[in-house]
Design a protein around this ligand. Sequence first.
Ligand code: PLP
Length: 401
Amino acid sequence: DSVFSHIVRAPEDPILGVTVAYNKDPSPVKLNLGVGAYRTEEGKPLVLNVVRKAEQMLVNDRSRVKEYLPIVGLAEFNKLSAKLILGAESPAIRENRVTTVQCLSGTGSLRVGAEFLAKHYHQRTIYIPHPTWGNHPKVFTLAGLSVKTYRYYNPVTRGLNFQGLLEDLGSAPSGAIVLLHACAHNPTGVDPTFQQWEQIRQLMRSKCLLPFFDSAYQGFASGSLDADAQSVRMFVADGGECLVAQSYAKNMGLYGERVGALSIVCRAADVASKVESQLKLVIRPMYSNPPIHGASIVAIILKDRNMYNEWTIELKEMADRIISMRQQLFDALRARGTPGDWSHIIKQIGMFTFTGLNKEQVAFMTKEYHIYMTSDGRISMAGLSLKTVPQLADAIHAAVT
Ligand code: PLP
């Protein structure tokens, strides 16, 4: 008898489980719109040309070795990552008030930030939007924070519940941490406008709420790296403090390389340096130090003007393809006379459309049309192509009529 025989089977991850179910389906027309990874028009994963080039440079450089990185990762990568999200001219960087540590993609950056806050910050409550990426509550709870939600989405308008958001943050205890999606909110695709961000900023600063930005889609939402960083930069421009978790999974297509960064913007340089010393104590017993390969790729691309420009062009191509899929799907539903207002498909931003389809409709589309998505009706626009839009439009039409 096993000492583990009492262990009960855990459920599949609700997002990654979609792919498990998809893989089991023998149908030749099956379509996976569950997982948030970019696909080409041919439905294939994409490695950016500029990434291939950077990898070639790494291979050719015989002086490169495989030694351990420092606990906080590759110094050059950290500096360039802070510049990418905060802006090259950021006073916070100039004044050395930012500490940046390389972490295991977006998830690892969130976790390290959360562990640090649970240990050293006076308020252990974090407010996350409802709904949000399914991993958020687990990451923060397991790090020792107490998770509460704030209203974010209005299912009637399929847009932002701005009033609810202001009320909930307005009644949060002073000092509470607030998780904000920097852009391309997952799963809703709904972002505050610039004016709304400004109101959120004023409210949060007046109540001393601590912003923790999750930036998983910089450049992927609008096609512009600067435009997608606006929310973060507004909060840094006022001189106040915040945390930012960055991921290079989507915008450089480095999903499996697990490259990301956590930046903590402080009010003074000596504070930032003490914060960094404590981040090391968080990281060392977790995984010692981060992997070298992905961060080296990112550093090569970010530091060279030509490589950087090449990246922005390829990034914009990905963003534009997703935006054009929105239009295609919207037009296809219009053409079918599908009942309902589907304008949210073209209004929402980023990789996902929050369709408004319910659990039963999703199950119907999977059973009858072999289309896979999360049960909350979220579809990955990046998984669509000109060829598969009609199949999806037919399925949605059948599901709602
Ligand atoms: N945050 C959000 C909102 C996401 O959608 C994702 C990925 O889907 C992540 C963080 C983390 O992704 P990764 O750990 O692969 O960078």
